[in-house]
Design a protein around this ligand. Structure first.
Ligand SMILES: Nc1nc2c(c(=O)[nH]1)N[C@H]1C(S)=C(S)[C@@H](COP(=O)(O)OP(=O)(O)OC[C@H]3O[C@@H](n4cnc5c(=O)[nH]c(N)nc54)[C@H](O)[C@@H]3O)O[C@H]1N2
Ligand SMILES: Nc1nc2c(c(=O)[nH]1)N[C@H]1C(S)=C(S)[C@@H](COP(=O)(O)OP(=O)(O)OC[C@H]3O[C@@H](n4cnc5c(=O)[nH]c(N)nc54)[C@H](O)[C@@H]3O)O[C@H]1N2
Ligand code: SF4
Ligand SMILES: [Mo]
Length: 902
């Protein structure tokens, strides 16, 4: 049997170290106790990794062979054809007619090759990445304040801090292992936690204070804080005098914007907030927040997409950095601003220079000296000075025919970019669309002329950099499925076929990493913070045994122990060595509500789904948490728009429409709804939110305003609703509403329609018609129909339809599909539309680590006297794995306990 493999999780930017151990029928995954990001912890997504890679083996979901114009071809032909079409495009229309759109999910080695090929050899500046939608505002903020794109702090700071502020970050769901570390620290020494978020999120569970600010008002909040800190003499003027420029100006602007707490509260919408907890009114809360910020030297401000994805995203970032600089709290133990990265290699992409306004290794495409240096290093004669198009503009250039060939890798822009229908239009007009992906069906792949099968996480070798600048190895443990190949290999082969033979002669990712390290130290006199020169000669064996390390790791330092924190000495990367505070003014979001579109849709993430679901959507235990996209809405708004809980809503913007299930909750503030970013055309009829989003961007960073989409709502009047179970995927494109999810034994589809149809026709065709038998029950008067399709004794399809949503346990029915034969009692139960054990009806998975559902938790509360989440953990293990379901367990306790006491 294979040995254990140490690797890194392919999901979020926490970058957890994992140990993969072979088992008799596959692998087991666990946290690596020695990895400094997680010390053995993992979350629900990490824990389900083996489910997703096994699904790739068992189901037809992987892209296994290259395809050109819809026909499978051998790699040789695919590479030859890709190279030829790219070369033809360049010959006819010039190098700038070619663009790459890449991703923070590529490994550093892939990313390096992409950047080198397009900028240094094709000679086009047009490479951008999905990090434009993610980290671009932070990059601008860091550069403006520190002189370089550097995250000064590290994870340990969250544990040392006395005050942790989470702003625009739902850490509990999006960086669950950091949330676990924070939770444990709080339990040990009572860390104060503040959540700044327009809605009440799962992260509020361990918060002492929640500030539900008006969406987009962060600059006002931090301006108010800065003005108040200055006025109350709570800034560190000695630090400022030595290490900061722009203090007076920044404070003057902040004071002009938000002179006092009252004005700040008003601008942040906190003055009118109806809060009913012990912390009192919005104003009182704001005062508490200001006082805490002043009182706790060791303060970490964690920020993420609620800050970045805004038309004032860059200014939001600098307004936070201003407050940290004014108090001298940068890069010190337990004291730092902290941008947590989203994708596993969001940081690595910034290091290689994958953004249109970066060059390579933290060099500037507008600086002739930098350009000349990279040109000489790459021995390139076509590298040009200047920036390329940022993502939104790149797709506009494709739409108008200026860019004629685009190579999309490891991202799904037809879903994730704003104004997604226009992105699709651009792709459909583009003469050459090349897509490298691991799966065989995505909304973007549907537009591809050339499809290139990329090796997936379990199969790839390389490095990633996490939020705390820590570089870790991703190591393969399975042969690539089919003919899939690593992205660096695909690009290098195409490059060679285009004639750039010498520059892309890599035998192994270690060659690429060594070159990347050599470039990072090339003529680097210490002015470029990113220096991993210690690795400039790393051969394969050294590379293979790499232990996680933080950069910088220059040749002078030891390879294994880069810098834990940066800028703690107050010396920054600017030419003067001083950091800069900026004068900022709050501005309203660019995407304005109107009479026609009066509500703000805020879009974000679910705990158990990853982006466009291509991988997490294949695991039953991840799909169980939220099998459908929900429109979360305050009861007042639901009443206003005639929506009922569990009904379906049509969400409309000037750009497009979506249909989602309504979930009424007071976690939302009236006037705002929350929707997930995950669903798309592969998993639903109309569950995508990208179609509705206006293409408004931050003027400095070009980052889209994904958290602020003006919409209106109306009920979708379903004449009938249903649940369809099938052992194979079903084409439901004729239905106005369907959402597909992976169940434990089958696909499970929620369906609904506004016109009668022949229900039986929805059942998929049997694989073996000779042994097919359909059993059915119909009550036409009531509009109730139930069908089960059997092949022999096995069930392969089932459909339940009624005027309302059929109330029966999805998991129960789906599990029947795994059995060799269904029992008569189950057959009867199917026709009755009721599970044999009525108690388990409508069960909902709460804890995905230990597969514990709502029913079991409710039972433990009512029958076993569980009164706390710890009791539930003791009795059922629920909540004791990754811990991210603890907030929900508490909600269930709140809900069930009073009833249990009756
Ligand atoms: N489960 C899961 N985890 C993930 C991902 C995933 O797809 N699924 N993706 C990863 C990636 S790439 C990223 S970038 C991160 C994102 O991680 P996060 O940024 O934490 O996640 P989001 O849900 O996008 O948004 C965070 C919060 O911003 C709030 N917000 C909206 N508008 C404002 C505002 O104006 N001000 C403030 N202060 N807050 C606001 C939203 O209500 C939301 O709760 O997650 C990473 N981790
Ligand atoms: N409305 C709204 N839109 C958003 C956001 C939001 O909060 N709201 N968030 C934005 C953010 S922060 C992000 S990061 C983006 C994410 O958006 P995307 O990057 O578009 O989403 P993913 O589903 O992660 O797409 C990754 C694709 O790469 C494939 N893939 C996985 N591994 C590999 C590999 O090794 N090689 C190759 N070639 N392919 C691979 C996957 O199958 C998948 O198709 O969405 C952005 N869009
Ligand atoms: S927190 Fe979860 S998703 Fe993020 S890296 Fe760790 S295991 Fe993976
Ligand atoms: Mo992201």
């Amino acid at each position: 049997m294979q040995d254990e493999v140490k690797t890194t999780c392919p999901y979020c930017g926490v970058g957890c170290g994992l140990i993969i151990s072979p088992t008799r029928d596959g692998w087991a995954v666990g946290g690596d106790p020695d990895h400094p990001a997680n010390f053995g912890r993992i979350c629900s997504k990490g824990a389900a990794l083996i489910d997703t890679i096994m699904a790739e083996e068992q189901r037809d979901i992987r892209l296994l062979e290259p395809e050109v114009d819809g026909k499978q071809v051998a790699w040789n032909d695919a590479i030859g054809e890709t190279a030829k079409r790219l070369r033809d495009t360049i010959e006819q229309h010039g190098p700038k007619s070619v663009a790459f759109y890449v991703s923070g999910q590529l490994l550093t080695e892939d990313y390096y090759v992409a950047n080198k090929l397009i900028k240094g050899f094709i000679g086009s500046p047009h490479i951008d990445t999905n990090s434009r939608l993610c980290m671009a505002s932070t990059v601008v903020g860091h550069k403006r304040a520190f002189g370089a794109d550097v995250v000064p702090g590290c994870y340990e700071d969250l544990e040392i801090a006395d005050l942790v502020i989470l702003t625009g970050s739902n850490l509990a769901w999006c960086h669950p292992v950091l949330n676990q570390r924070l939770r444990t620290a709080k339990e040990k020494h009572g860390t104060k936690i503040v959540v700044i978020d327009p809605r009440r999120t799962a992260s509020c569970d361990i918060a002492d204070l929640h500030l539900p600010i008006k969406p987009g008002s962060d600059v006002a909040l931090f301006n108010g804080l800065l003005a108040w800190l200055d006025q109350t003499r709570n800034t560190d003027l000695r630090y400022v005098a030595r290490h900061v420029t722009g203090y007076e100006h920044a404070v003057a602007e902040a004071r002009a914007d938000c002179p006092d707490i009252e004005t700040t509260a008003e601008k942040c919408g906190l003055d009118t907030h109806e809060s009913a907890d012990e912390l009192g009114s919005g104003l009182g809360r704001l005062e508490t927040f200001f006082n805490w910020f002043a009182a706790f030297e060791r303060t970490v401000t964690v920020f993420s997409q609620g800050v970045n994805q805004s038309s004032s995203g860059s200014d939001k970032v600098n307004s936070i950095l201003n407050c940290h600089l004014a108090t001298g709290r940068v890069g010190k133990p337990g004291s730092s601003p902290f941008s947590v990265t989203g994708q596993p290699n969001a940081m690595g992409g910034r290091e290689v220079g994958g953004l249109a306004n970066q060059l390579a290794a933290h060099m500037n495409p507008n600086d002739p000296v930098d350009v000349d240096r990279v040109r000489r290093f790459w021995k390139s004669d076509v590298l040009k000075q200047g920036e390329g198009y940022k993502a939104v503009d790149m797709f506009r250039a494709i739409e108008r025919g200026e860019i004629k060939a685009v190579w999309i890798m490891a991202t799904n822009p037809a879903v994730s970019l704003p104004d997604a229908d226009r992105v699709r239009l651009a792709l459909s007009r583009c003469p050459l669309v090349i897509v490298s992906d691991v799966v065989n069906d995505t909304d973007t792949l549907r537009h591809a002329d050339i499809k290139l099968p990329a090796a997936g996480w379990a199969e790839k070798s390389g490095t990633v950099t996490n939020s705390e600048r820590r570089i870790s190895r991703q190591r393969p443990f399975r042969q690539a499925l089919g003919n899939a190949r690593p992205d660096w290999w695909i690009m290098s082969e195409v490059a060679k076929a285009m004639g750039y033979v010498k520059a892309f002669k890599y035998k192994d990712p270690s060659d690429i990493f060594a070159e990347h390290a050599a470039l990072s130290e090339f003529e680097n006199d210490g002015t470029r913070a990113f220096d991993i020169g210690a690795w400039h000669k790393a051969r394969k064996s050294v590379y293979d045994s790499m232990e996680p390390f933080q950069w910088p790791a220059s040749r002078k330092s030891q390879p294994a122990n880069g810098a834990t924190r940066l800028y703690g000495d107050g010396i920054f990367s600017t030419s003067s060595g001083r950091a800069k505070m900026l004068g900022l003014t709050h501005s309203c979001p660019q995407s304005q509500t109107s009479r026609e579109y009066p509500l703000i849709a805020n879009s974000g993430r679910y705990r158990d789904q990853w982006h466009t679901m291509t991988r997490t959507g294949t695991a039953a235990r991840l799909s169980a948490h939220r099998p459908e996209p929900l429109l979360e809405i305050h009861p007042k708004d639901a009443a206003l728009y005639g929506l009922s809980d569990g009904g379906i809503a049509r969400i409309k913007s000037p750009h497009g429409t979506a249909l989602m299930r309504v979930a009424i909750t007071d976690a939302q503030t009236p006037g705002q709804v929350f929707v997930p970013m995950h669903w798309n055309d592969v998993f639903s009829a109309a569950g995508g939110i990208g179609r509705l989003q206006p293409p408004n961007v931050d003027p400095h960073s070009g980052q889209p305003e994904s958290k602020h989409i003006p919409v209106t709502l109306e009920p979708f009047s379903a004449k009938w609703q249903g649940l369809l179970f099938s052992s194979t995927p079903v084409d439901l494109s004729k239905l106005p509403y369907w959402v597909g999810a992976t169940g434990p034994g089958s696909m499970v589809y929620e369906i609904a329609g506004d016109a009668p149809i022949l229900f039986k026709s929805l059942l998929p065709i049997a694989a073996n018609r000779d042994v097919e038998q359909i059993i059915e029950y119909s009550d036409a008067n009531k509009g109730v129909h139930r069908f089960a399709r059997l092949e022999g004794d096995r069930i392969t399809g089932a459909l339940f339809v009624g005027p309302d949503r059929p109330a029966l346990g999805r998991d129960w029915v789906s599990n029947l599909f795994g059995a060799d034969a269904i029992a008569p009692v189950e057959r009867n139960a199917l026709l009755a539309g009721r599970m044999p054990d009525a108690g388990a009806i409508n069960d909902r998975l709460i804890c995905s680590c230990f597969s514990v559902g709502l029913a079991a938790i409710s039972k433990a509360i009512s029958e076993q006297n569980a009164v706390t989440a710890t009791d539930i953990g003791r009795l059922l293990q629920a909540g004791t794995g990754c811990g991210s379901c603890v907030p929900e367990i508490k909600e269930i306790l709140d809900d069930v306990l009073p009833r249990a006491a009756e």
